[in-house]
Design a protein. Structure first.
Length: 342
């Protein structure tokens, strides 16, 4: 970590970070007989909004999930996976971190969907206490530069150099960090891997000092402001992209037709959630691709999504999936809004 007034990390520092990032993610178990914590005084509380921004497929959602401590934002290798502003909360000690994950800023396609995604990014960076600009360590592309140009002056910005564990030529990282100082007055540089828990905890500690002293926005045990219905659609969409790979255009989406819950009727089941969802694609060929041979691919999507939703909701979930063709929906502003986009 460096500041604009200090030299970037030495090669030895980066070597140490790389060595640490190779370890498996560790989540510490709570002590079995921890002493009772002293009550937190209102005057000691800190809370603030932290926007996570970057180009598509740079690891923003993975970072959000790591910072929150639970999966609330879907991930896949496919660019443009995140399409909504996702708020995730993490309360630690007297500090509540309110993270805002954003879609990757779109620079190629100019349809109604991408205009909506860019509007979401621009809205997120306008009124926050801190910005995390996520880039790949050692890289800064024209797409990164376009995101950097969106940042409001006067808002502290950390350069999060993610995927440090994948850097092969470590000798190039230090001069790269020095070069980045000339591009923007970053408050600090944070080389890290979102998959390494020590790096994530270090980033939380850095973020904390930029947050104002004020009351928390949410209860301490809340993880996201998104509804279960929204999370159900997102989980199905993640499985859709993961199981079709690059075969399916990114414009495919998921709409929840039914979301009903009731008390569990069997021992050990607290509640039951019934969900019916429609996967929307643009062509008949895409529909066949999603369904797969004898319906096997669609069945697998449903099984994997249901399994994750049961963990997330702590409930028994029944999930029905359908596939419909809606040609040109991503170019239709009214339909884009009807599918839940801004």
């Amino acid at each position: 970590m460096t500041t604009p007034d200090a030299k970037p990390q030495t090669l030895q520092d980066i070597d140490a970070m790389l060595a640490a990032s190779k370890g498996k993610r560790v989540v510490a178990d709570a002590p079995s007989e921890a002493p009772a914590a002293a009550p937190i005084l209102e005057a000691d509380k800190r809370c603030g909004l932290i926007a996570i921004v970057g180009k598509p497929n740079v690891g923003k959602s993975t970072l959000l999930n790591a910072l929150v401590g639970q999966k609330i934002s879907i991930t896949s290798r496919k660019a443009q996976t995140t399409r909504h502003r996702i708020t995730g909360m993490h309360t630690q000690g007297a500090t509540q971190f309110v993270f805002v994950d954003t879609p990757g800023f779109q620079t190629i396609h100019g349809n109604a969907l991408n205009k909506s995604l860019n509007k979401t990014v621009q809205g997120a960076v306008g009124d926050v206490d801190l910005v995390l600009l996520v880039v790949e360590a050692g890289s800064f592309t024209p797409a990164d530069a376009r995101v950097l140009a969106l940042l409001a002056p006067g808002v502290p910005t950390l350069l999060v150099a993610n995927k440090l564990d994948s850097v092969k030529n470590r000798a190039e990282v230090a001069p790269w960090l020095q070069e980045m100082q000339t591009r923007h007055a970053f408050a600090e540089f944070v080389p890290m891997s979102a998959k390494n828990d020590k790096d994530v905890q270090r980033l939380l500690g850095i973020c904390e000092k930029y947050l104002p002293q004020q009351a928390w926005f949410y209860d301490a045990d809340e993880l996201t402001d998104r509804s279960e219905k929204f999370m159900a659609a997102e989980m199905v969409r993640e499985k859709l992209f993961r199981l079709t790979g690059d075969e399916l255009p990114y414009t495919s989406t998921v709409v929840i037709d039914k979301f009903e819950e009731e008390k569990g009727k069997t021992k050990g089941v607290k509640r039951l959630v019934r969900i019916a969802a429609t996967i929307v694609v643009e062509r008949d060929g895409h529909k066949a691709m999603v369904i797969g041979d004898k319906g096997e691919r669609l069945k697998r999507m449903g099984t994997e999504a249901r399994t994750e939703l049961e963990k997330l909701f702590d409930a028994k979930v029944f999930l029905e999936l359908w596939v419909k063709v809606r040609s040109g929906w991503a170019d239709d502003e009214a339909r884009v809004r009807s599918f839940g986009y801004e």
